[in-house]
Design a protein around this ligand. Structure first.
Ligand SMILES: Nc1ncnc2c1ncn2[C@@H]1O[C@H](COP(=O)(O)OP(=O)(O)OP(=O)(O)O)[C@@H](O)[C@H]1O
Ligand SMILES: [Mg+2]
Length: 746
């Protein structure tokens, strides 16, 4: 450490490599480093250091993966250098902000609405109804929507998509895409993908626009760069085209969003894109014990398609990583809850030290019940469910329509809540009129007397609604919570809930009142925030943004949401074949590798203790199934302790479903309970040769799905193989005839 760093908090507690990265000023910089090596710390300090060196806050842009991470980084920088307002945001929030600021470049009104996944689906359906190409009915709106989303991520306009795509779905989707964009435009709305797609395309093709942003953003810093998609990549490249001051940090072993379009090549090709790039690697982990780090590193080393890198730690050896096996998911939840309770009772830990990770959200239910039963405070970190409630969505629709009177989707939601006697047919007439005159539905409603075929109650209702919105619009600059208060009052929404005799409406009323509180808190954090900011924050929130780390509770979340975080004690549930790795991934090596990275991300969140759990029977999706331990558990190092906490075979035999059959020999399964038998070859998927059929091998059958070989006997044409399938029980096949794919060799 230099003289300077001793006195400078920005350079304090950094290794020489980290300090080097922090102090690097001009030119491209790539920090390629493993989990917990201080990448995020380096980015944070680097921003502070740039400011300390006299770079104007206005010229710096730092990109994080979640809003939560942005907020945290902002706070850290504020502690180091109080009062600096640097632009720190996710790619999506960044896109939204520049699109509002430079709305003229995007042919949008700056009050545009950001449509969420629900709204998007509604517009897709409208577009599918309007399109005239034959065959559109063969696809679900979801599939068409995904195809359009992929096109946007690759920066393809409807025309370009049409020219490039030659499969049937692509052709159909390209037609829907064109109409979908037109509908969005009419509503002055964009979808999530547009927040990346539009700025990226503008940066790439519009020299003027690029020059404007060039002059503004002189230093770009991006965390979690391994999970950028094509549109984000183009944004990053073109934003730094002139200055070349781009600093990206990431860990290719933690790339877990391929399914959402992320491309690991973006980080691997950085040196090709920026030949003058300085590359710094950080090889010391500051987060985890040696045991945890070794277990995680051993697992990830099974990935073939990766750059090898060593990661060491000076932290103590710590407790051994444990693989815990339970009888059932219920037992798993119960025993974990009790372990947590005991540790807290003996003052070895607080609730906030614990995190539970799952591969999919559906797996949280059982642990939730166990926590409730045991009186353990917890939070399921999953989106902002509060804002997803019907009543809150209704009120938010009013707000959206106030901000953007062209927002037809919000109009349709708000217009009959509370009921104003406006039927479906009247709305169809209104839509026809709006279309014909190229105006929004709200404007059409204001002119309802000119619309043929709408009479009586419906006409009156529409007129009144239009007038209400007109009056409310005068308050649009008011504080967000005051506007909500007015909407509730004047729309009759509050009265509707108050007068109702339905007991659920009482709760709904409490929820909309709580919405006022949420808006007030939001405003109080920064007195300049508007209704638009409030709506945007809600729409762009990711799962982890709703997480309140200040509370003393156990955090429960998906492995995907755990990215970037750290906890003293981590439990990963249901580490079972078909769950982690996910059954969808088993066909392709590259998909299994992504699942292994996901497991790696989860494991490397743990600081002191790590538990990988599996159960013999898993109650999941309405069924009780035999569960097969994940092949990943067989890939862990010897020192990992395996504890079978199930009440062994006698009790197993009495389990319904097991009947009188001999209990499953778990010692023949993917690993034994006493020692870790690493499978001789890494996970492989391929066609079976009959001599590869051995007890313990995990296979996939076309009709029956995933299973594990129990027994092989006989010779030649009489050779038989008995397989226990996760969903279908035991089956016996003639070895020569059955078509199997090997998932994991024994
Ligand atoms: N030089 C250091 N001295 C002490 N602690 C450090 C040092 N560098 C980082 N840390 C601590 O190590 C932990 C991991 O750091 P950080 O989150 O920045 O790592 P990361 O590389 O971003 O991890 P991930 O890959 O999970 O995103 C944090 O608690 C951080 O404060
Ligand atoms: Mg990080």
């Amino acid at each position: 450490m230099t003289e300077l760093s001793a006195n400078n908090p920005i350079l304090a507690d950094l290794t020489p490599e980290q300090a080097d990265a922090v102090q690097h000023m001009e030119g491209p910089l790539l920090i390629l480093a493993g989990a917990g090596s201080g990448k995020t710390r380096v980015i944070t300090r680097r921003v502070a250091h740039l400011l300390q060196q006299g770079v104007k806050p206005y010229n710096v842009l730092a990109i994080t993966f979640t809003n939560k991470a942005a907020q945290e980084m902002r706070q850290r920088i504020d502690t180091l250098l109080p009062g600096n307002r640097v632009w720190i945001s996710t790619f999506h929030s960044f896109g939204a902000r520049i699109m509002r600021q430079y709305a003229e470049h995007f042919d949008l009104d700056k009050n545009f609405t950001i449509y969420d996944m629900d709204d998007r689906l509604k517009v897709i359906k409208i577009a599918m109804d309007a399109v005239t190409v034959p065959g559109v009915e063969k696809f679900t709106p979801d599939r068409i929507g995904n195809a359009i989303s992929r096109a946007k991520n690759q920066l393809l306009t409807p025309d370009a998509f049409y020219r490039q795509e030659n499969d049937f779905l692509g052709q159909i989707a390209s037609h829907v895409y064109a109409i979908y964009q037109k509908k969005l435009k009419e509503a002055n709305a964009v979808d999530f993908d547009d927040l990346l797609f539009m700025p990226a395309l503008a940066l790439q093709t519009n020299e003027d626009f690029r020059n404007t942003l060039d002059a503004r953003f002189k230093y770009i810093l991006i965390d979690e760069y391994q999970d950028t998609n094509q549109a984000q990549y183009i944004m990053a490249r073109f934003l730094s085209k002139a200055s070349q001051n781009i600093c990206v940090v990431g860990d290719p072993d933690q790339s877990i969003y391929k399914w959402r379009g992320s491309d690991i090549r973006n980080i691997l090709d950085f040196e090709r894109d920026f030949p003058k790039a300085k590359v710094i690697t950080l090889d010391r982990n500051y987060r985890s014990t040696k045991s945890i780090l070794h277990a995680a590193s051993t697992l990830i080393s099974r990935n073939k398609n990766r750059k090898k890198k060593g990661l060491i730690t000076d932290n103590p050896e710590g407790e051994a990583v444990k693989v815990l096996t339970f009888d059932s998911g219920l037992d798993e939840a119960d025993q974990i809850a009790r372990q947590i309770k005991d540790k807290v009772a003996s003052e070895k830990a607080s609730y906030r030290d614990f995190a539970i990770f799952v591969r999919m959200n559906a797996l949280t239910r059982t642990i939730e019940s166990a926590f409730i039963k045991n009186g353990i405070p917890y939070q399921i970190v999953k989106g902002l469910a509060f804002f997803e409630r019907k009543e809150n969505k209704d009120i938010l629709a009013y707000l959206r329509l106030l901000v953007n009177p062209q927002d037809n989707i919000s109009f349709l939601r708000a217009v009959n809540e509370p009921a104003r006697g406006i039927g479906k047919v009247s709305l169809e007439h209104l839509s026809g009129f709006a279309e014909q005159h190229q105006i929004g539905l709200l404007r059409a409603a204001a002119n309802v007397e000119k619309v043929p075929n709408i009479k009586g109650k419906a006409a009156k209702g529409l007129k009144e609604f239009a007038q209400l919105m007109h009056v409310l619009r005068e308050h649009i600059e008011d504080k967000p919570h005051e506007v909500i208060q007015l909407v509730l009052e004047q729309s009759g929404y509050r009265a509707m809930l108050k007068d109702s005799r339905d007991p659920e409406d009482e709760e709904r009323l409490a929820n909309v009142e709580e919405l006022i509180t949420a808006a007030m808190q939001f405003y109080n954090e920064d007195g300049e925030r508007t209704i638009t900011d409030f709506l945007e924050q809600i729409t762009l929130a990711s799962d982890v943004d709703g997480w309140d780390e200040k509370q003393d509770h156990v955090s429960v979340m998906t492995l995907h949401a755990s990215k970037g975080l750290e906890f003293p004690i981590v439990y990963i549930l249901a580490v079972e074949e078909g769950i982690l790795p996910h059954e969808r991934s088993l066909q392709k090596d590259e998909d299994i590798e992504e699942e292994r990275r996901l497991a790696y991300v989860g494991m490397t969140r743990a600081m002191r203790e790590l538990f990988l759990c599996n159960s013999k029977v898993r109650e999941f999706r309405g069924q009780s199934l035999y569960a097969i331990p994940s092949s990943f558990l067989g890939e862990l190092p010897e020192e990992v302790q395996r504890q079978d906490l199930s009440i062994s075979s006698q009790r197993m035999a009495s389990y319904s479903g097991f009947g009188t059959k001999a209990p499953f020999d778990w010692n023949k399964a993917a690993f034994t309970s006493s020692s870790a038998k690493v499978s001789p070859s890494p996970v492989q998927v391929g066609d079976t040769l009959s001599e590869e059929l051995r007890p313990g091998t995990i296979v996939q059958h076309e009709g029956y799905g995933i299973g594990q070989i129990l027994d092989v006997n006989g010779f030649g044409a009489l050779r038989k193989v008995k397989i226990r399938f996760a969903t279908q029980g035991d089956k016996t096949f003639v070895a020569d005839k059955v078509k199997l794919k090997i998932v994991n060799k024994k």
